[in-house]
Design a protein around this ligand. Sequence first.
Ligand SMILES: [Zn+2]
Ligand SMILES: [Zn+2]
Length: 534
Amino acid sequence: MKLEFLGAAHEVTGSCTLLEAAGKKILIDCGMEQGADIYENCALPILPSDVDAVLLTHAHIDHSGKLPLLSAQGFRGNIYATEATGRLCSIMLRDSAHIQEQEALWRNKKAQRSGEAGYQPLYTVEDAVQTMELFVQCKYHEVYPIADGISVRFLDAGHLLGSSSIEITVKEGEKQEILLFSGDLGNRNRPLIRDPELPKRADSVIIESTYGNRLHGPRKDYIGQLAEILQETFDRGGNVVIPSFAVGRTQEFLYLLREIKEKGLLTGHDGFPVFVDSPLAAEATKIYFDDLTDYYDEEMLALLRQGINILEFDGLEISQTTAESMAINEDKRPKVILSASGMCEAGRIRHHLKYNLWRADSTILFVGYQAEGTMGRILQDGATTVRLFGEPVQVRARIATMDGISGHADQKIMLEWLENLEKPPKMVYVNHGQDTVCDEFAAVISAKLSYPACAPYNGGIYDVESGECLREGNRQRLVKKSLVKTRRSASYERLVRAGERLNALIEESKGISNKELAKLADGLERLMADWMEY
Ligand SMILES: [Zn+2]
Ligand SMILES: [Zn+2]
């Protein structure tokens, strides 16, 4: 019985783990890497057609995003997930496929001009649609036998509608092992969904560690915090731009914004407009308020019982088309704009940043985790200028963060979750956290709970019964740190000298015609746009 870590090891995104047990090969999550690639994910060490089943913890793309690729490459087994996860995947995987297709189209246009070979999308909308046929709906708490000797049970992880921790029971002859995958664990007291459920039994635990080194502090008054930011920004005449995951976070914020309006918490801005600018968010919102009542917390159920639909508050406008999206920036009223992607890596949010970052009266409000290397993190870290669509944009807007609203459990909640186990597990494997955070959290688990814990690297293989490491993973970092080393290389020195000559050329150009100056500036802007993402 072996566990092999293939992704989100010493990294936050790209979750994928292979369990080989009872003669079967089971994948737990099959996610896509997002943001900067710090460590290379391992290629699947077996053929996709040899994977017997996939267990999916939740719909987020960093856990589900490579499923259409797996099925396009020959996987024909079942994908076990909760009903809500399946419903959300049906829109999110299609959306992800659409992005892949657009990207391929764009690259191919570029390739045509330069005569390079064509570029294939990672997968197509068709692949995503076919993947959905492999989904098998599971309810929380029921036991599902998925193969001879293997059964699974889903627990509510409180992170996203339908999100789960998955308990896997394996019987090999007389031996029985229970493995528990935490999935992404939610924070407590979030809008709409329930708190993460505490597990009871596990011989081995695989736990996330996004906030493994942080405490969220006492419960925050989300509505009060948000109302204050809106009041202050609207009084200045600015907009509040909220980069937000289209699925989950956007719906939570619609809930909070409806409450603010309902309770009349703003002075002088009655009926302020709220724009949801993301076709995916619009679709997801429909699913949220369809008939998934099994998944809500008490407050939300009470609203539903009163017949209140948070989709229908005064001032809410949902834009589907590009024209509708562009019209938002023509609207001069102070407003809230919720748009994706949540880490500002792609999507319509980048247009809203372009229109609002330079405005000192606007606020950019971060409401979710911003991974290292993403535009969101760069802004949070205090960048004074960023590049959007090849142009430099000054950052004059207020950059604010609502921390407590995080979708992830903090260190305290995760330790309590682990501590609830009836007996100490043989090993806790820590993944889904930033490089040093994985190690830190593993050390905290050992110190505070006296459970054996480790933080595997991609490619690491472990014997489930003993917890022994059979093969070390790959510790080679891909990004940034290696850049620092190459800075001293001959090529880098050459680049520095070329830069100096460019500066000299600019100095000497003072006398030439405006037309020529504009031509040079255009050429340089184009060159920089090709080389700089931000
Ligand atoms: Zn997640
Ligand atoms: Zn995740």
